[in-house]
Every structure is written in structure tokens, then in C-alpha cells.
Write a protein that binds this ligand. Sequence first.
Ligand SMILES: Nc1ccn([C@@H]2O[C@H](COP(=O)(O)O)[C@@H](O)[C@H]2O)c(=O)n1
Ligand SMILES: O=P(O)(O)OC[C@H](O)CO
Length: 319
Amino acid sequence: MASTSVFANGQMKKPLFSFGVISDVQYADIPDGHSFLGIPRYYRHSLLVLQRAVDKWNNHKELKFSVNFGDIVDGFCPKEKSLETMQTVIKEFEKFNGPVYHMIGNHCLYNLPRSKLVPLLKMPANHGCAYFDFSPYPGYRFVVLDAYDISAIGWPKDHPKTMAAMKFLQEKNPNADKNSPSGLSGLEKRFVMFNGAVGKEQLTWLDNILQDSTRQQQNVIICCHLPLDPNAAAAESLCWNYDEVMEVIHRYKCVKACLAGHDHRGGHSLDSHGIHHHVFEAALECPPNTNAFGYIDVYHGKITLFGIDRMVTVEMLFN
Ligand SMILES: Nc1ccn([C@@H]2O[C@H](COP(=O)(O)O)[C@@H](O)[C@H]2O)c(=O)n1
Ligand SMILES: O=P(O)(O)OC[C@H](O)CO
């Protein structure tokens, strides 16, 4: 894979740094199936997609790190196999010659409680939280959000956050099956149990991080399993309080892109503040011998996603 980019005038330019990306592996040692909407899901093949991603990333030789956008094991994985299946996938990520930053998705939480996931995924979490930030290169900061901070899945049943999420769903979604958006209209369709919200403490933490990034003149890239812009993803897949998260982000000028998974078909938008929202195509939905992973080159003024096969290639110019 080339680590240089061609300018319009043919001049080559080396990126400041590059990193690998993959989302929604949702591996399980079970026969192929399909989503609720009938889209085929290749539960065993997705591990091969991950293996090919790690091979490519290692062959590239210049990737500083990789980011997994969540959902590494599918909810249909038999529960007595959850831990070993999670370890199988993590072992594949560990073959990458560099750090891998993970985030938690709903399917991870169907398999294991977050108290087990945070240490397993070696999240550089403060106080056991699944949100964190890191600065891989001077002038750049990555902020990994936990979109299941307020969620009906993953916390103990009697945890205040589970109860807050259940109360919220009761108020917002009249269906007996809280995973069903049936009867909800427009953006209300996001009020389903397979989504979640960023809690108040995390929003304050985000605000502080962005304030500090502004002071340090850093460009920020937000990573979140759930998409944060209605124009980049289906309403059913949005973070419950994407609007509150974006209100915090829009207070500052430092955020250049919000990257996400969850909506398996992928998507892209440019919001009213010039921030790119990009949703990655799922590894799970790659028919045999196809792929969906990539790497991103970061330059002064833009990032370029090089997608393999089903993952689209896109250039995101900074505002
Ligand atoms: N339009 C939809 C989508 C989903 N559901 C419910 O969510 C569950 C999980 O969905 P998958 O995308 O993972 O298949 C599914 O079993 C349904 O209960 C829905 O009702 N309507
Ligand atoms: O990965 P799943 O099974 O939670 O599906 C996510 C939905 O497709 C989001 O719209």
C-alpha cells in the first residue's frame, strides 16, 4: 500500500501519520445469517476480513496505530462461548504491530458486561470508563466516546444507568420490544435499545478535552461506535443524544471529523459547521473473499481514507 498521496500537479506528499480502521467485525462461530432487514451477515468470514486487515496494516509498515469501531463479537454468539470468542478476536487484533484502540459496541455488551470488556480490550480508561483520549502526533488528538454510557445493556440490571436508560426508553418508545422503532417517526427512530447515550459526566469531560485541545491548537478526531449526524446514517442507528454531543463539539473549532460504525452500510456527511461525519462499512457484511477495512492518512488540512473493497475511499478536507 502506498503511504504517499498524489497532488493534482503530480507532486508526492507524505502524510503526517497514518492509522488503520475497521468496524463491526461481529464474529461468531455460527452459520451465516442476516439482519432484521434481511441483509446477509457472514459471521465466520468476518474473522478472515479482520485477519486480512491486520496483514495489510502490517505490510503498510507506516501505520502508527489502528482503531476498531466496536462490535467485535456478534450477539448471536452462544453466551458460554462469549469470552473465548472475544479472546479469539482480540488475539487477531494483537497481531498488529502497533497499538489498537477499541470502543465498545452493543454487540460487545450482549456478550460480556462492561466491567469485563474494559480490561479485556485494554482500554486506556480513566476510572474504568470506556471513553478516553490520546495524542498520537503533535497537534492531533483522538477522542474515543462511549456511546453506551447510558444504556439498557452492559451495566448490572439494578445499576442507576440501566434504570435511567430503561426509563428513557419507556418514555420515548411505546413498543413492547424496545429494539423496535416501529411507529416512531423520523429521528425518533433512534430511541431503540440497541443504541445508547453519552452521559452528563462524559459530556463535561468532552467539553474539557475540547477546551484544552483548542488551547493547544490541536486538531481533534472523534471516534464513536454510534453515528452523530443524521445525514451520515439511518435514524435507527444514531446516538440517542447525538444533538447534545454535537452541541458540545460545535462550541469549538478543533474537531475536524467524527468517525463511527454501527450503521453497516456506511455513510458520509459534512455538517453545518464543516465537520466531516464518516460511518465505516461493516466487516460482517462482506460476502466471502471481499473486505471492508482501510487506513487513513492524516495531512495538514485533510484526512484521506483509503478503503479496501467495500469500504469507500474518501478525502475529508478540514474546514
Ligand atoms: N428496523 C428494525 C431493526 C431492528 N429491529 C430489532 O432489533 C434487533 C436487532 O436488529 P439487527 O439489525 O441486529 O438484525 C432485531 O432482532 C429486531 O428486534 C427492529 O425491530 N426493526
Ligand atoms: O449491528 P446491529 O445488529 O446492532 O445493527 C445496527 C443497526 O443496523 C443500526 O441501524
